[in-house]
Design a protein around this ligand. Structure first.
Ligand code: ATP
Length: 566
């Protein structure tokens, strides 16, 4: 499947639209249409149901060390700014960024190489060189610079000052001890007028221009609360939902009957001012996370880490990401933070990535007691009626944390300790995108005249499908619409179903296939004779008859209870 086909289907059938499209769009922001929101809601609900409310209902992989509890929470998007200082996001949550001096675009420094490979002007230049860059043809390059290059790469040194750039390239080749250049090397020469003075530059993937040196760029969106906009009331949109959980750990322990080990789950919007949002919704600036902080005794944390890693992987498999496009990747020892004894990523081979490359869907991290300990740090002093964290001579907090005791007391074991944390952190939008990519199928199916025609369908797991069933009358007469409406009304009380009586039934089937509706129920002339309706399975195209009063039971069996009958 080409990514373009999926993007087109998402737009055509109401899964995803570019945000603010009528105003030219807003890069890195996406809107979910009527089908998309149902799909994403189903993913979120499956996560909440399986991980929180029904966490102990599903088969549990080996490794669970004891029964445990799970509760949910919903914290605010804007938290006390000190939270982000304490978590490290204020100082450390940045990417290295480069700006193009010519077109002023921003790039994440570690994305430039990859973006250059996809760049339209670099591809056109590669074509013009005929693939042979070892002995670049100056005449050909000059011609390209004065024609196509002017339009495609106006910032490239070769285009701005062709003679100077080509002369320095020729000089380099003359002096080079080894023969030839790589394509990347050639691009760097063509982007640099005087390499001796500036050093070779990697060109801007957009226009070929000069990029600034990489510099730090904090990814948090800033805002202000209250009427005055100054440093004292600056706040941030949360870049992750996790911190809202940590700062409420004590509240949850004190206000519920949970005992360690237990988990707190939260899902909601997070915001990151990504420098180069791209790959459809994969890297967005506003997105939704589904995060769990699981608190356990330090002595059992390694086992709990393995438990959550395996459990979260199986969740994706059970919902349909079953092939070799999904993998679980343990981080190497060198990749781990100093406090962690394990981190794994669940990754998916998205079609927009080069073959063999995977993108992160979810990270499962053993975080030790790092977060609770950081939020505890500090010494409280009395200021008037309040207890506040001790500040230095300039009035700034001397410590980053709250100064509050966030340890846990186990009253049965009579032991006080700071729990260790396992954090499975997933993205709802990346999961939605992966389920869409995995579901996309093309085959041939008979049309209403029995001729085989190409068909596109989305093979969603029934739990995730936006619409569970569509009910049709074969024709709009002979009382069929009335019977179909009755069935529709009954099913609708329990499932998201759709009624459609417009156009030929074959076309209605195809419309449902394209949005991934697993079952269609058709009232036809036989219904009027024997009271049965046709059930049709999206994937196998198999049809079978069901008594009209059994439709709900049948659908329950199919959606909740398993697959279609063979
Ligand atoms: P990446 O390395 O891809 O930027 P990350 O390691 O920074 O991701 P985490 O901070 O671990 O991501 O966030 C947890 C999850 O949140 C990710 O696995 C992903 O599913 C989701 N996520 C993070 N950033 C984005 C984004 N910009 N757009 C969409 N989803 C995101």
């Amino acid at each position: 499947m080409e990514m373009d086909q999926l993007v087109a289907l998402c737009k055509r059938r109401g899964f995803l639209y570019q945000s603010s499209e009528i105003y030219g769009g807003l890069n890195g922001f996406w809107d979910y249409g009527p089908m998309g929101i149902e799909l994403k809601r189903n993913i979120r609900e499956a996560w909440w149901r399986d991980m929180v409310q029904g966490h102990n209902e599903l088969s549990v992989p080996a490794g669970a060390v004891s029964p445990y509890e799970m509760v949910g929470i919903d914290t605010t998007i804007i938290l006390h700014p000190q939270v982000w200082k304490c978590s490290g996001h204020y100082d450390l949550f940045h990417d290295m960024m480069q700006t193009c001096r010519q077109c002023k675009r921003l790039f994440r420094a570690d994305h430039v190489g990859e973006m250059l490979k996809e760049s339209a002007w670099a591809k056109a230049l590669a074509e013009a060189t005929g693939g042979d860059v070892s002995t670049p043809n100056s005449e050909g390059l000059l011609k390209w610079a004065k024609s196509k290059g002017k339009k495609l790469a106006p910032g490239l040194a070769l285009v701005r000052a062709p003679e100077v750039t080509l002369a320095s390239l020729a000089k380099h080749l003359e002096q080079a001890s080894t023969s030839g250049l790589s394509f990347k090397g050639l691009l760097q020469h063509l982007a640099t007028e005087q390499p001796a003075e500036t050093g070779l530059q990697t060109p801007c993937p957009e226009c070929g221009g000069d990029l600034t040196e990489p510099r730090e760029f904090n990814l948090m969106f800033e805002t202000h609360y209250g009427a005055v906009r100054d440093e004292s009331n600056k706040a941030f949109l949360r870049p992750e939902t996790a911190q809202g959980i940590f700062i409420n750990f004590k509240n949850v322990v004190d206000s519920t009957r949970v005992r360690v080990p237990f988990g707190i789950a939260q899902m909601g919007k997070s915001f990151r001012n990504e420098i180069t949002p791209r790959n459809f919704t994969f890297r967005s600036r506003e997105f939704e996370q589904m995060e769990i902080e699981f608190f356990c005794h330090p002595s059992t944390s390694a086992r709990w880490y393995r438990y959550w890693r395996d459990r979260r992987y199986r969740w994706y498999v059970e919902l349909g990401l079953a092939g070799d496009r999904l993998r679980l990747r343990e981080h190497e020892q060198e990749e781990l933070s100093h406090y962690s004894c394990g981190t794994a990523d669940i990754e998916y081979a998205f079609p927009f990535l080069p073959p063999g490359e995977f993108g992160e869907l979810e990270g499962i991290a053993h975080r030790g007691d790092f977060d609770l300990r950081s939020h505890m740090e500090g010494k409280l002093v009395r200021k008037g009626d309040e207890l506040v964290v001790e500040s230095d001579e300039e009035g700034k907090p001397r410590y980053r944390g709250s100064g509050k005791d966030l340890s846990y007391f186990d009253d049965l074991a009579k032991e006080r300790y700071i729990p260790h944390v396992i954090e499975p952190s997933a993205g709802a939008d990346r999961a939605t995108l992966a389920f869409l990519c995995e579901a996309y199928r093309e085959d041939a199916a008979p049309d209403e005249n029995g001729a085989m025609k190409p068909r596109t369908y989305l093979k969603f797991h029934p739990r995730l499908a936006p619409i569970k069933a569509a009910v049709f009358p074969l024709v709009r007469k002979d009382g069929m619409p009335e019977v179909a409406q009755e069935i529709y009304t009954e099913l609708k009380r329990h499932f998201n179903v759709m009624y459609d009586e417009k156009s030929a039934v074959g076309r209605r089937y195809r419309r449902q296939d394209e949005v991934g509706t697993p079952y269609c129920v058709t009232v036809d002339s036989q219904t009027l004779v024997d009271g049965t309706v046709t059930f049709r399975d999206r994937d196998s195209l198999k049809q079978w008859r069901v008594r009209r009063e059994d439709c709900l039971k049948e659908l329950f069996g199919l959606i909740v209870g398993g697959a279609a009958p063979c």
